[in-house]
Design a protein around this ligand. Structure first.
Ligand code: FMN
Length: 217
């Protein structure tokens, strides 16, 4: 698969087959994630791969935290964003909503419970950065995450970046023994997408070039 096809076809998967992912395939994808550029080549990204019984244990912990604290990211969230951004987010939610309804579920519980269980994916990836770095180095980690998502897609695997669980970063750190000097900034579900699930059969739209690219000549 060429890089352009990977960039256009990749989409977040929110339902996975119970098929395990071979460790060699996971390592292969991380090899590409490690190829991302970074300022003065510091490569500040750190990944914790959680699968098997450890993943089940982490999900139980997150579900407990979610039941106690109920942090939401659905469309009902109070959103201080200007309309231009709010509308993009609403359009994505509106595209997802009928699929979730088709599955007989409600939007917020689907996204919140689903995020906390990595949507049933066999592999959960925790993305961290050492707290000694300034916030601008998040950018470098984001570049590596992009490489990771594209490499996974090119290898026939599916992903979903999941930011919601960072609200429970303390629980994740405790469950996985991640030291205090590491900041957990994202998680990623990884596995084989369930092609039959309605939630995997929609694609979010994107703005045209003139909405985000400005020219001076
Ligand atoms: C930083 C980040 C955090 C995200 N957090 C969540 C999340 O918590 N739960 C979820 O279901 N999707 C999450 N997503 C997935 C986005 O909703 C998705 O990328 C966006 O709607 C565009 O759709 P696409 O990935 O299918 O192109 C996140 C994506 C990113 C990049």
């Amino acid at each position: 698969m060429d890089v352009f096809a990977a960039m256009s076809d990749r989409q977040s998967a929110r339902a996975y087959l119970p098929k395990p992912v071979a460790r060699a395939d996971i390592e292969d994808i991380f090899k590409y994630a490690g190829q991302a550029p970074s300022a003065i080549n510091v490569q500040p990204w750190e990944y914790v791969v959680v699968y098997g019984k450890e993943k089940d244990r982490l999900v139980q912990r997150l579900k407990k935290a979610q039941a106690e604290r109920k942090i939401t990211c659905g469309p009902g969230t109070e959103n201080p964003l200007p309309d231009i951004f709010k509308n993009r987010s609403r359009r994505a939610s509106a595209a997802m909503a009928p699929r979730i309804a088709e599955m007989g579920q409600e939007f917020n519980p689907f996204v919140e419970d689903g995020s906390c269980s990595f949507y049933g994916a066999p592999v959960a990836i925790i993305v961290a950065i050492d707290r000694l770095f300034p916030k601008i180095r998040y950018l470098d980690v984001g570049l590596s995450v992009s490489y990771l998502l594209l490499a996974a897609h090119a290898r026939g695997l599916a992903t979903c970046p999941i930011g919601l669980v960072t609200a429970y970063a303390h629980d994740i750190a405790e469950a996985l023994d991640i030291p205090e000097n590491k900041e957990i900034i994202l998680s990623i579900a990884l596995g084989y997408a369930d092609p039959q699930s309605p939630i995997n059969r929609f694609k979010t739209e994107r703005e045209n070039l003139d909405a985000f690219c400005f020219w001076y000549e």
